[in-house]
Design a protein around this ligand. Structure first.
Ligand code: GRF
Length: 190
């Protein structure tokens, strides 16, 4: 059995979708825990409803190997999945889990990535630039913000009457459709 640990900071719709996917399909893998750095995040309720352990870990603890690594070892983490996680991943974690930390980014990287490019800022920038398409990128996490090796991308058209909100809905559909399956494929190679 492979163990996934999800890191999240907010609403948690991706976390919930990933948890459900591995609970509902017979894939010899499961989400073992969700770690979150924001107390008021919606992800706790979503994970708890599905009987998955949630752990609040504040930024200073997340950056402390003596706090974070024992938690991940106890959960036997094979893969760490960032789903709406807004902190930079510390170097010690990259060294401990090489090629085993992935992130989803709601644009076609390298476009609309990097510092300050998160959540609605991305979709606003895409619409303001008059892009004809956007999409999602699933990538390995490296020391460069949104700069790790790309594992998967899929695009969706942006229409002239799209708004940041309608673009966001399109992105959520792509995330729901593809993220869990990409994780499953990656796990089968580990
Ligand atoms: C998603 O669009 C994800 O791609 C981005 O932040 C959003 C998180 O949404 N990194 P949720 O917390 O999974 O609902």
């Amino acid at each position: 059995m492979k163990h996934i640990v999800i890191l999240a900071s907010g609403n948690g719709s991706n976390a919930e979708n990933i948890i459900r996917y591995f609970q509902e399909n017979n894939l010899d893998a499961k989400v073992e825990a969700v770690l979150c750095n924001r107390k008021e995040a919606g992800v706790y309720e979503r994970a708890a409803k599905l009987a998955v352990d949630t752990i609040y870990i504040k930024k200073s603890e997340f950056n402390d190997p003596d706090t974070l690594l024992p938690i991940l070892r106890k959960k036997n983490a094979d893969l760490i999945v960032l789903a709406g996680f807004l902190l930079m991943v510390p170097d010690f974690l990259l060294r401990e889990y090489p090629d085993r930390i992935i992130n989803i980014h709601p644009s076609l990287l390298p476009k609309y990535g990097g510092k300050g490019m998160f959540g609605h800022h991305i979709h606003e920038a895409v619409v303001a630039a008059g892009e004809s398409e956007t999409g999602i990128t699933i990538h390995k996490v490296s020391e460069i913000c949104d700069g790790g090796e790309i594992i998967f991308q899929v695009a969706v058209p942006v229409a002239s009457d799209d708004t940041p909100e309608t673009v966001e809905s399109k992105i959520h559909i792509l995330e729901r459709t593809h993220f869990p399956a990409v994780i499953a494929r990656l796990l089968s190679t580990l």
